[in-house]
Design a protein around this ligand. Structure first.
Ligand SMILES: [Zn+2]
Length: 338
């Protein structure tokens, strides 16, 4: 092999290796291999120039020096290329699995609300929404709650200004619906309500209610009982037992508290139901004639019943949640379980 052929062979190998080098460290190893002061392959060629036959020496020397310059140039260029972050070929590993999209879940309060509306929908109730900012007439006066009633204490309400407050109950929707249409009316109204309660495991100053109203000729307490019993079986399961206990509300007469058998202990008695085996789910009763008159209905012609329950408590019972605050903390570890 002639000396010039040796130069060409080293050039081919060196350029190919530089092109393949995939890190700064690999480039540096090649620099030492070819240009290293001791034992570098091109360095050795340079040292051998004086021993080449005189007639070949000039041409050989020129070729070796050109090789040295080219390899040095290519090493420098490759090193800079690898240092630029966007060009680093190892930065993207296309074989890595992609990041999975996290699917959202239905919030337990929304889930319970939808399920309740669905059950009442099957019983012929229409879903209506109302405003959260109300005036005193809709929140109290039309519901037969007089000025002296403790529920109207300014400390028990979020007043925004005189006569305007955040609603404390969804019963306001009854008034708005009845004022706007003639009987028959058969509605449920889910929504947020606000009361300045101290927040603890069982109380929140914002919670959800579902209000129901059926006004028509000939509606009786028997209809009320059968509708709420059908709801309890639909929501809590076919074995749910129910009972009605006489009570008092300003806007219904007669009034009752509606209880369902405790799901947690199946009626045997546990701390959640205060050892009674029953849990209060709703307040209900026949709409007071004063309320019907306030919205322009004739209480001699139509009768009706109304009921209202919190959505959180039945939802907590059904899903086994023991602290209402969990529902509002937006902790994905909690919400992801539903
Ligand atoms: Zn119980």
């Amino acid at each position: 092999m002639s000396d010039l052929e040796e130069v060409r062979k080293i050039k081919r190998t060196a350029l190919r290796q530089i092109e393949k080098a995939d890190s700064g460290r690999a480039v540096e190893a090649l620099r030492i291999e070819y240009l290293g002061r001791r034992g570098g392959r091109i360095t050795e060629l340079l040292r051998s120039i004086p021993s080449v036959a005189p007639e070949m020496r000039a041409e050989f020397g020129k070729a070796v020096n050109a090789l040295k310059a080219e390899v040095a140039e290519r090493l420098k260029a490759r090193k800079e290329q690898l240092a630029a972050p966007e060009a680093r070929p190892a930065a993207v590993d296309v074989t890595m699995p992609g990041r999975a999209l996290r699917l959202g879940r239905i919030h337990p309060v929304t889930r319970a609300t939808r399920e309740m509306c669905e059950i009442f929908g099957r019983l012929g109730f229409e879903v209506v929404e109302g405003r959260e900012v109300e005036d005193e007439w809709h929140n109290f006066v039309a519901l037969n709650i007089p000025l002296a009633h403790p529920a109207r204490d300014p400390l028990d309400n979020y007043f925004l200004r005189d006569n305007v407050l955040l609603r404390t109950q969804t019963s306001t929707v009854q008034i708005r619906v009845m004022a706007g249409r003639k009987p028959p009316v058969r509605i449920v109204a889910p929504g947020r309500v606000y009361r300045p309660d101290t927040v603890d495991a069982g109380h929140s100053n914002m919670f959800h209610q579902l209000e129901g109203l059926w006004v028509e000729e000939g509606v009786t307490f028997a209809d009320l009982k059968s509708v709420l019993a059908a709801f309890a079986r639909g929501f809590f399961g076919p074995d749910a037992r129910t009972r009605f206990v006489p009570s008092y509300f300003p806007f219904t007469e007669p009034s009752a508290e509606f209880y369902a058998s405790c799901l947690l202990c199946e009626g045997r008695g546990c701390p959640a139901c205060k050892r009674s085996g029953w849990l209060e789910i709703a307040g209900c009763g026949m709409v007071d004639p004063n309320v019907l008159e306030a919205v322009g209905y004739d209480p001699e012609r139509v009768t009706g019943f109304a009921f209202g329950f919190g959505i959180e408590r039945p939802a907590m019972l059904k899903y086994g949640i023991n602290d209402i605050r969990l529902l509002y903390e937006n902790d994905r570890r909690f919400l992801g379980q539903f």
